[in-house]
Design a protein. Structure first.
Length: 169
């Protein structure tokens, strides 16, 4: 069992590293600071579902801006220097769900931390990286072991967070 957990951890780190390399190679910023006002907005009640990728998720808000819809995810903690890779994956997944269910491709998604918000561009490279990561995770998810730690930081950096049923915030 230990070697399986070790392998999955290593695979997760490799996926995060590959994703980061792709972003860097494509010259993409990990996120730019923006201002977003969510006062007066109702939280999304229903989860979004894309049958093509079998992906389900519920962003905290969908904000209409011009002819587009921007997903917004709210995090209670203070902002890191750049958004955590798992948060970037999460907002990319919400962008994909908005694209699939609302028929409009969001130009970016927003991660709003307690003290700062980042816009993460939903580029073709980010979408491609997400789809590849999803395919890898689908292959691996059948073998995920039970969580063996109480470290939220470890879960935040984990490439399997989107499919894991035991993540810590
Ligand atoms: S999200 Fe956390 S509990 Fe789930 S696989 Fe990753 S590290 Fe383990």
């Amino acid at each position: 069992m230990l070697w399986i957990a070790g392998f999955l951890l290593l695979a997760g780190l490799v996926l995060i590293w590959v994703s980061h390399r792709r972003r860097t190679a494509a010259g993409l910023p990990p996120g730019r600071v923006i201002y977003i006002d969510t006062t007066g907005l109702g939280r999304l009640e229903q989860a979004l579902y894309d049958p093509h990728t079998d992906l389900t998720g519920r962003p905290d808000y969908l904000v209409r801006k011009g002819g587009t819809i921007i997903p917004v995810e709210v995090k209670s903690g203070r902002a890191p220097a750049v958004p955590y890779p798992s948060h970037v994956h999460q907002i990319a997944a919400y962008c994909l769900l908005v694209e699939a269910t609302q028929g409009v491709r969001p130009p970016y998604g927003v991660i709003r931390y307690a003290n700062r918000a980042y816009a993460v561009d939903y580029t073709p490279a980010l979408k491609e990286g997400l789809l590849e990561t999803l395919a890898e995770m689908r292959r691996a998810e059948r073998h995920l072991p039970d969580r063996s730690h109480d470290s939220p930081a470890r879960c935040r950096a984990c490439g399997y967070r989107e499919v894991c049923d035991q993540p810590l915030d």
